[in-house]
Design a protein around this ligand. Structure first.
Ligand SMILES: C[S@@+](CC[C@H](N)C(=O)[O-])C[C@H]1O[C@@H](n2cnc3c(N)ncnc32)[C@H](O)[C@@H]1O
Length: 294
C-alpha cells in the first residue's frame, strides 16, 4: 500500500457519533456468524497437539477499535476455555496480539478494556504476500481464520461488488456536477476495496502452498436482521454511518473536511434509492479456516 494511503486508511477513531466504535454493528453480526468456525479451529488445534499447550498465541489481524475488537478477543478466550474443559485440562495462558495499521486508534481499545473486563485487502498479489508472511510467522499446525468481504459471482466486475460503492461514486459525481468538487480530484480518488470469490481465495491459497483449507463458508450478513436490532426501520442509515466510519479519514484527506457531511448525506440518499430489492440487502462475507502445513 502507498505510504500516503497508509496514513489515512484507517477506521474513524474515538467514540463520537461518526466513530467506527459506534458504527460497526453490521461487522459485529458478521463476526458472530464466524463463532462456529473459530471454535472448531481452536478445538482442532488443542486436540492436534500431543502436549496440551501451556500458552496459546493468537492474533486479530485488522482488529480495528471498538466493541468488535473485544468481542473477537472474548470469542477466542471462550473457545479455548470450552476446548480445555472438554479435554479436562486447565485453560492455557492466552496471548492475543492486536494488529492493525499504525494509524489505527489503539488508545480507544485500551481505554475500553477496563469496561470490558467488568462486563465480561486486497488484490491477488497482496493476498499471496499476506499468506506468505503469515506462513513465516505461524507454527506448523497453527490455525488462522480469515473473514473478508466477498462476492458470489466469479466476475470481479459484477455490479454485486459495487452496490455499496456505486452510490458513493454517485454522491461524488453529484457534487462535481454542482461544482463542489473538482473533476480531477474525483478521478484521482482511490478506494482500496476488493471483494473476493470463494474460488479466487481457494486458488490463491493453493497457489501459495503453505496452508490447508480446513473450512470455508460464504454467508450473508443481513441488513434487515440488523435493522430490527439497532436502527428501527432505518437500516440504510446504519449502513451509511458504517461506511462513513470506515472511509471518512480517506475521504477527508483527499477532498478536505468541508465536504464530509454533504457527501455522506448524498450517499445515504443514493443508497436508499438504489437498494430497494431485498436480495441485495446483505453484506456478502467469506470466512476461511486455514491450517499451516508441514
Ligand atoms: C472493516 S475493518 C474490521 C475491523 C474489526 N475486525 C471488525 O470486525 O469490526 C478492517 C480493519 O482492517 C485494517 N487493515 C486494513 N489493511 C490492513 C493491513 N494491511 N494491516 C493491518 N490491518 C489492516 C483496517 O485498518 C481496519 O481496522
Amino acid at each position: 500500500m502507498e505510504m500516503e494511503m497508509v496514513k489515512f486508511f484507517h477506521m474513524n477513531g474515538g467514540a463520537g457519533g461518526a466513530s467506527y466504535s459506534n458504527n460497526s454493528g453490521l461487522q459485529k453480526m458478521g463476526i458472530l456468524k464466524t463463532k462456529g468456525m473459530i471454535e472448531k479451529a481452536v478445538t482442532d488445534l488443542c486436540y492436534s497437539n500431543v502436549n496440551f499447550p501451556k500458552t496459546l498465541t493468537m492474533a486479530d489481524l485488522g482488529c480495528s477499535l471498538g466493541p468488535n475488537t473485544l468481542l473477537v478477543g472474548s470469542m477466542l478466550i471462550n473457545a479455548v476455555a470450552k476446548a480445555s474443559l472438554k479435554m479436562g485440562h486447565k485453560s492455557p495462558e492466552i496471548q492475543i496480539n492486536l494488529n492493525d495499521l499504525p494509524t489505527n486508534d489503539f488508545n480507544t481499545i485500551f481505554s475500553s478494556l477496563q469496561e470490558f473486563q467488568e462486563s465480561s485487502i486486497i488484490g491477488d498479489k497482496d493476498f499471496l504476500t499476506f499468506l506468505r508472511c503469515r506462513s513465516e510467522e505461524m507454527v506448523v499446525g497453527g490455525h488462522m481464520v480469515l473473514t473478508l468481504s466477498g462476492r458470489k459471482t466469479d466476475d470481479p466486475c459484477d455490479e454485486e461488488s459495487y452496490y455499496l460503492w456505486r452510490p458513493f461514486s454517485m454522491a461524488l459525481e453529484d457534487m462535481v456536477s454542482e461544482g463542489l468538487i473538482d473533476e480531477a480530484e474525483l478521478d484521482s480518488f482511490n478506494l482500496p476495496q476488493y471483494t473476493a470469490s470463494l474460488n479466487e481465495i481457494k486458488n490463491l491459497v493453493e497457489k501459495e502452498g503453505s496452508f490447508i483449507i480446513d473450512d470455508m463458508e460464504l454467508f450473508d450478513v443481513d441488513w434487515t436482521a440488523w435493522e430490527k436490532t439497532e436502527y428501527g426501520n432505518d437500516a440504510k442509515r446504519g449502513v451509511a454511518l458504517a461506511i462513513r466510519a470506515a472511509i471518512e479519514p480517506l475521504v477527508s484527506n483527499h477532498f478536505g473536511e468541508a465536504i464530509l457531511d454533504d457527501v455522506f448525506m448524498r450517499y445515504e440518499k443514493f443508497l436508499t434509492n438504489r437498494l430497494p430489492c431485498k436480495e441485495k440487502e446483505a453484506l456478502v462475507t467469506i470466512s476461511v479456516s486455514l491450517i499451516r502445513k508441514m
